[in-house]
Write a protein that binds this ligand. Structure first.
Ligand code: ADE
Length: 235
């Protein structure tokens, strides 16, 4: 898979993509992630990417031309078919099912929004989807793009040690994962429950079932509710 990210702050991605599982996936050629500076697609002396909104109002708006040019230049390499996703608090709420769908794509183009937003023509004529990672406003789309990339890349075949590891995830299976313990058997007087030494948990089809029955109802209901990608609330 190839992921292209358009950002005003490309260096923000150095650390999250330079460590751990994502780094290994890149090194092993399972994914390539290309970060593009939106300013590289401007033509004026000051590399202007934003301007005042028509009609007044506070804040600046990302100009259409640099974003269109950036996406067009990427598409010259990868073709026209790639989803073009704008990260914005107004988008569809991101969830595991969306991550699974995106992980089947050969290409993704992510645009990190900033300031008061992007020119409406970008939303209407350039992007194919708008995604939010939660009902709060971040300073920009970069952190959201990192979240999406992390959730998608770990689902790519071969990225995790076994594909089972991702299939057994709570959200993929629809069950809460059961609590995990490691040594020591007693810590500060808190013992690992005896059931862990009786080989029972491994025999259950989904270890998580036992946790689901132990969890308070409020937790269970919230969990099941979240399994379905929530639509954006209107108004
Ligand atoms: N940009 C600012 N806030 C955001 C959010 N919650 N999700 C995605 N992109 C954003």
């Amino acid at each position: 898979m190839r992921i292209d990210i358009l950002s005003l702050f490309p260096q923000m991605f150095d650390s999250p993509f330079g460590e751990s599982i994502i780094r290994r996936a890149i090194d092993r050629g399972l994914v390539s992630i290309l970060i593009h500076n939106i300013r590289d697609f401007t033509h004026d002396k000051h590399h202007t990417v934003d301007d005042y909104p028509y009609g007044g109002g506070s804040g600046m708006v990302l100009k259409p031309a640099p974003l269109f040019e950036a996406v067009e230049s990427i598409k010259e390499e990868i073709g026209d078919a790639s989803p073009v996703i704008l990260l914005t608090p107004q988008g569809r709420l991101f969830c595991h099912q969306m991550a699974q769908e995106l992980s089947t794509q050969p290409n993704l183009i992510l645009i990190c929004g900033h300031y008061e937003g992007v020119d409406e023509r970008v939303r209407e004529h350039l992007v194919t989807d708008e995604v939010s990672i939660g009902e709060y406003v971040l300073t920009g789309g970069e952190l959201a793009a990192m979240v999406v990339v992390d959730a998608v890349v770990r689902l790519l075949p071969g990225v995790l040690s076994s594909e089972q590891a991702s299939q057994e995830d709570s959200y993929a299976q629809g069950f809460l994962e059961y609590p995990q313990y490691t040594r020591p058997q007693a810590y500060k007087g808190w013992e690992v429950p005896p059931v862990y030494f009786q080989g029972i948990i491994r025999k259950l089809p989904h270890g998580g079932v036992s946790k689901l029955f132990n969890a308070p109802w409020s937790v269970v209901l919230t969990f099941w509710g979240r399994l379905f990608c929530p639509k954006r609330r209107e108004g």
